[in-house]
Design a protein around this ligand. Structure first.
Ligand SMILES: Cc1ncc(COP(=O)(O)O)c(C=O)c1O
Length: 392
């Protein structure tokens, strides 16, 4: 017989388990000081963990447009889009995005996590098959789970594995097959081959869904991501990373947009984003195509740091982008390195399971166009000193 005294025991048990395995997470208040400086517990630290790759979160144009939109439309959207939350500014921003991306249509969602969680179950039914890159983001994994259909992971970026799964399953009685992948992998900083994935999807009549969160603003022509003109069925991207704001979008055909407006509960039953956020997105979309100098600086910063870390003997995996994992494998060692970097004024967060597979703990470094060479040199010197003393 259950008693009232033990009904919360699972909480303590789970937290203890995580503590013992060095997997416990903590929230820490941070005050941003600039694009790359933050204050933590009264100390100024250099931030190498943010996704604000182009420094847009502090850009005056975004702040000004937020103010303008709030003054004109108010603080909140007042309802979901289908009730009365589709302000004209929202449709104008979607139009702007669709034009920039060269797609028929765009649709804004409230966050990237929410979008993945609700779009996948809208597209798949219980009789569908999902083929999912094994390193996909948690939101894609959980979105796929909610479909309650068969999900088969394929080896990370392994087109041969994906092709064999497609060949094995294409004639079976599935309602449809969905391939889901990220374009730039959030914890690894490597890229999927969208053209090859698209060709496979076409060959086997599958849908291709691409999460372009970390490419949006940074990669592809004019920073508009990696899926342009690639024939993908649906691109999902976020405004929360290089766009410096919040929220998410899909770009797809007009029919797909209409389908989601009608069949996607996370769109239908959630209040629309506040006008101030729509304002920041509007301003970010105006800026991004013009930021090629910042994108080149970002890429140069990343190339420089990656080469230096590799020269020191660190494993940076398959990273080619602004996200650089420094693989430390062991959770305790990763925490120790992160804490030591912090003592030396660097915010470089330890990433541990379940965010990454067991034995794959790492420091995830993310660069900004605003990092100076001197700041990067400072980081490299610290990694050199750590390696000398710990031989990691
Ligand atoms: C690949 C990927 N998809 C989706 C998300 C979720 O986006 P958001 O932070 O806008 O909810 C993230 C954010 O961490 C991500 O890295």
């Amino acid at each position: 017989m259950r008693t009232n005294t033990d009904r919360y025991q699972f909480i303590a048990d789970e937290l203890n388990r995580r503590r013992q395995q060095h997997l416990l997470r903590r929230l820490r208040p941070v005050t941003p000081l600039s694009d790359v400086l933050v204050q933590v517990a009264g100390r100024t630290m250099l931030n190498f963990s943010s996704n604000d790759y182009l420094g847009l979160s502090k850009h005056p144009a975004l702040q000004e447009r937020a103010r303008l939109f709030m003054e004109k439309y108010g603080a909140g959207a007042t309802a979901s889009r289908l009730i009365c939350g589709t302000f004209d500014c929202v449709e104008q921003v979607e139009q702007k995005l669709a034009e920039l991306k060269g797609t028929e249509a765009a649709l804004i969602f409230n966050s990237g996590f929410q979008a993945n969680l609700t779009i996948l179950p809208a597209l798949a039914d219980k009789r569908s098959l999902i083929l999912s890159d094994e390193l996909n983001h948690n939101s894609l994994i959980n979105g796929a789970r909610l479909c309650r259909c068969r999900v088969r992971p394929y080896g990370h970026n392994r087109l041969d594995h994906l092709k064999s799964l497609l060949a094995e399953n294409c004639d079976k009685d599935f309602s449809r097959i969905l391939i889901i992948t990220e374009s730039v992998f959030s914890m690894d900083g490597d890229c999927s081959d969208i053209a090859a994935l698209s060709a496979l999807a076409e060959e086997y009549g599958a849908l291709l869904i691409v999460d372009d969160a970390h490419a949006t603003g940074v990669c592809g022509p004019r920073g508009l991501g990696l899926t342009q003109d690639q024939g993908v069925s649906l691109t999902m991207g976020t405004f929360s990373k290089a766009c410096g704001s919040f929220g998410a979008y899909i770009t797809a055909s007009a029919a797909m947009r209409e389908y989601l407006v009608n069949c996607c509960p996370g769109f239908i039953y959630s209040t629309a984003l506040p006008p101030a956020i729509i304002g920041t997105i509007d301003a970010a979309l105006d800026l991004i195509p013009q930021l090629s100098a910042e994108r080149s600086r970002l890429q140069a910063n990343a190339d420089y740091l990656r080469k230096a870390l590799q020269a020191l003997g660190y494993d940076t995996g398959g990273s080619t982008t602004q996200i650089i994992p420094v693989l430390t494998y062991d959770e305790q060692a990763t925490l120790a390195l992160s804490a030591w970097l912090e003592e030396n004024g660097i915010m470089a967060v330890a990433i541990r399971p379940p965010t990454v597979p067991l034995g794959q703990a790492r420091i995830r470094l993310s660069l900004s166009a605003s990092h100076t060479r001197e700041q990067i040199e400072n980081l490299i010197e610290l990694f050199a000193a750590w390696r000398k003393n710990h031989g990691l």
